[in-house]
Design a binder for this molecule. Structure first.
Ligand SMILES: Nc1ncnc2c1ncn2[C@@H]1O[C@H](COP(=O)(O)OP(=O)(O)OP(=O)(O)O)[C@@H](O)[C@H]1O
Ligand SMILES: [Mg+2]
Length: 371
């Protein structure tokens, strides 16, 4: 799959732009703040109907404007598939495939997969468990619509159960009959989700380990473990046991919304023990495994977006990554770099590859090189 063209109207610092891409490698060069990352973000937006960086949708509209449009032509076969995301200030966003508007944005998720590797990705290691659950849930939701539905239903029940706990606390009462149906639903969807997460990790892990091995040249042993407080002999009893605590804290403490993925190197927690280089390699391996799993499920290669990745890697690791690129492991690739000479040096060695280099300046783009 590849993105043939992209049109932006009032998206972040782009007023109006229309670009044609290479189906293979696209390099976006330009000074800090010129709009390189924003361009990748627009592609991310087309795929996942949201920004990878700014969750407040209205802030993705260009300052002083009241609407934005992102439109792209994807090719999976011979025929273009036009995706358009548009947003008017104060209204709901609209996503269309051709002329048809999606009723639910969830239907679109996973149809045009992208994998983004960006500098802030190490958050997935350093921050709390929520960001790790989100990382894996996002992949799972893109390969399994059923999983996404379970997750939405689970979150809905969780919210209702928490409101009920709050209500009990405020009124200083407890009505177990009222709580019972919520507990059942929470367990029902929770156990389905737990099973899917375990199964998914089994599939994902070999890809991850192989990439980590490759990047670290087999010197370090990495591990990912999934932990859940529902993973006990009697989950229902566990849920009842935590009721007193739930009431005291006015929120549910048992369930898959507390799951975590533990990242380790050489048996030690990566967060505390991993060097910056090890953490970066871990994250890149996580993302490349994301790519592999998507490719396996979709039957075509996702678009890979590499934001400032060269800055973060030593020459050794860049060489490893370039082996993957030149071996055509990846499909279409978008790479940003503030230093055009470095990008050219890295990519000019690639034989038989269509490389297009863009220079981005204050929301405008020109083609520097087309080979
Ligand atoms: N809604 C918006 N309206 C106008 N400008 C915006 C909006 N959102 C972000 N910007 C601006 O877009 C500019 C370009 O950001 P971007 O992150 O794409 O730069 P970059 O080329 O990737 O820079 P760097 O090399 O530092 O990574 C920033 O200066 C930012 O302030
Ligand atoms: Mg940037």
């Amino acid at each position: 799959m590849h993105l043939e063209s992209l049109e932006l109207l009032n998206f972040k610092n782009y007023e109006e732009i229309n670009l044609q891409f290479s189906p293979e490698i696209n390099c976006l060069t330009g000074n800090n703040g010129s709009g390189k990352t924003n361009m990748l973000d627009a592609i991310h937006y087309l795929s996942l109907t949201k920004s990878a960086f700014n969750p407040v949708d209205s802030q993705n509209i260009r300052h002083e404007e009241n609407f934005m449009v992102i439109r792209g032509a994807f090719y999976k076969t011979e025929k273009p598939e036009i995706i358009q995301c548009s947003l008017q200030q104060g209204q709901r966003k609209v996503v269309k495939q051709g002329k048809k508007q999606y009723e639910k944005l969830g239907e679109h998720i996973g149809r045009y997969p992208v994998v983004l590797i960006a500098p802030n990705d190490t958050d997935v290691i350093r921050e709390g468990s929520e960001i790790r659950r989100k990382f894996f849930d996002s992949i799972l939701s893109q390969i399994d619509q059923q999983y996404l539905q379970w997750l939405l239903q689970y979150n809905h029940v969780l919210k209702q159960r928490n409101s009920l706990l709050k209500h009990f606390a405020e009124k200083n009462t407890l009505d177990r009959d009222l709580l019972e149906p919520y507990d059942q639903q929470l367990l029902h969807f929770g156990l389905l989700i737990l099973g899917a997460r375990k199964e998914f990790l089994n599939e994902y892990l070999p890809f991850f380990l192989s990439h980590y091995q490759n990047l670290s040249e087999g010197k370090e042993k990495a591990e990912i473990r999934h932990e859940s407080n529902l993973e006990v002999e009697d989950p229902a009893a566990e849920l009842s046991r935590s009721l007193r605590r739930d009431l005291a804290l006015q929120r549910s403490n048992t369930g898959i919304h507390k799951d975590d993925y533990v990242f380790e190197i050489e048996g030690h927690p990566l967060k505390k023990w991993g060097s910056q280089g090890q953490q970066k390699s871990f994250v890149i391996a996580l993302k490349l495994a994301h790519f592999d799993v998507m490719r396996q499920h979709k039957g075509y290669k996702p678009i890979l977006l590499l934001d400032d990745i060269f800055d973060k890697l030593d020459d050794h690791r860049i060489a490893r990554l370039m082996e993957l690129v030149s071996g055509h492991t990846f499909g279409q690739l978008f790479v940003t770099d503030a230093r055009p000479e470095r990008t050219e040096r890295i990519f000019q060695q690639l034989p038989d590859t269509e490389v297009r280099v863009f220079k981005i300046e204050k929301g405008k783009a020109t083609i520097l090189k087309d080979a």
